[in-house]
Design a protein around this ligand. Structure first.
Ligand code: PMP
Length: 291
């Protein structure tokens, strides 16, 4: 089936969808993006995704010629055009700073390029949810609190791609980043959680990790359902000694982890709390409903 891509207000067939070779996204990785998921045509936590996008656009001094309402309507239009208006879909918005004229300044005055991709959802293998995924620590280390670039969903994705490649080379699903002191930060494309003594822990946003939307949803589910949770820094040794570990992102939702590097995690995978959260998350997205 032909796929249509939304570029600056118009939908183009994929083979005709083109942007300039002078786009700052291509030349400098100067842009941000969002990956979202729709359930039966309803985009999950759309407001939160758009807020994160606009927070980054503002912080990074983008000219913003559109508002959230326009983006929401453009997503709907793209989903409908691609026949995805009432099914589950993958949605990606990319905003680059637009055409490079001269000067390596953020406030270069260019009009941003805005792309929307909407595709049929490709799910992770079901065994990963029933048996757990394997993850590895990346060789790439970050400063503990030093670099606020990671709070943005930047299209400079090379570090993340290297971490993913390292994972693939060792047969794992995901690589995760740590500080030089081995504090655990986040996955290459996910946030990380562990359970110890019945409490769910995830690194705090003060460690300059991506404020994941699924992370936010999971913390909300914990607090509404009496599951103790804390945003708290922890070390690699804490992670490998955890009774349960799981990852979150918009496409994978909640993914249990069975092995970290060479250490097997937990007695049964998914563990009791992870399993409970997986069920509650499905309720929250509306997938556990027959209406
Ligand atoms: N951290 C990183 C580095 C990511 O790329 C992602 C995927 N967007 C996440 C965390 C999870 O974020 P979300 O729940 O918003 O998909």
């Amino acid at each position: 089936m032909v796929e249509y891509i939304f570029i600056d207000g118009k939908l183009y067939q994929e083979n005709r969808a083109k942007i300039s070779v002078n786009d700052r996204g291509l030349l400098f990785g100067d842009g941000v993006y969002e990956t979202m998921r729709s359930y039966g045509g309803r985009v999950f936590m759309l407001e939160a995704h758009l807020k994160r996008l606009f927070d980054s656009l503002k912080a990074l001094k983008f000219n913003i010629p559109f508002d959230k309402k326009y983006l929401g309507e453009s997503i709907k239009e793209s989903l409908n055009k691609n026949g995805l208006g009432s099914t589950d879909a993958y949605i990606k918005i990319v905003v680059t700073r637009g055409i490079h004229k001269s000067g390596l300044y953020l406030d270069c005055g260019s009009r941003p390029t805005m792309l929307i991709f909407t595709r049929k959802l490709q799910l992770y293998r079901p065994e990963l949810y029933s048996e757990g995924a394997e993850i590895i620590s990346s060789s790439i280390r970050r400063l503990s609190r030093g670099n606020s670039i990671y709070i943005h969903k930047s299209i400079c994705f090379l570090e993340n791609l290297i971490a993913k490649d390292e994972a693939k080379m060792s047969g794992a699903l995901e690589g995760f980043f740590m500080t030089r002191e081995r504090q655990v930060l986040e996955g290459a494309s996910s946030n990380i959680f562990m359970v110890r003594d019945g409490t769910v822990y995830t690194p705090p946003l003060t460690q300059n990790i991506l404020p994941g939307i699924t992370r936010q949803a999971v913390l909300g589910i914990c607090s509404r359902n009496g599951i103790r949770s804390r945003e708290k820094s922890f070390y690699y040794g804490d992670l490998t000694g955890a009774s349960e570990i799981f990852l979150t992102n918009s496409i994978m939702e909640i993914m249990p982890v069975r092995k970290v590097d060479n250490t097997w995690i937990g007695q049964t995978v998914p563990g009791i709390i992870t399993r409970k959260l997986m069920g509650l998350f499905k309720d929250y997205t509306g997938e556990n409903s027959s209406f």
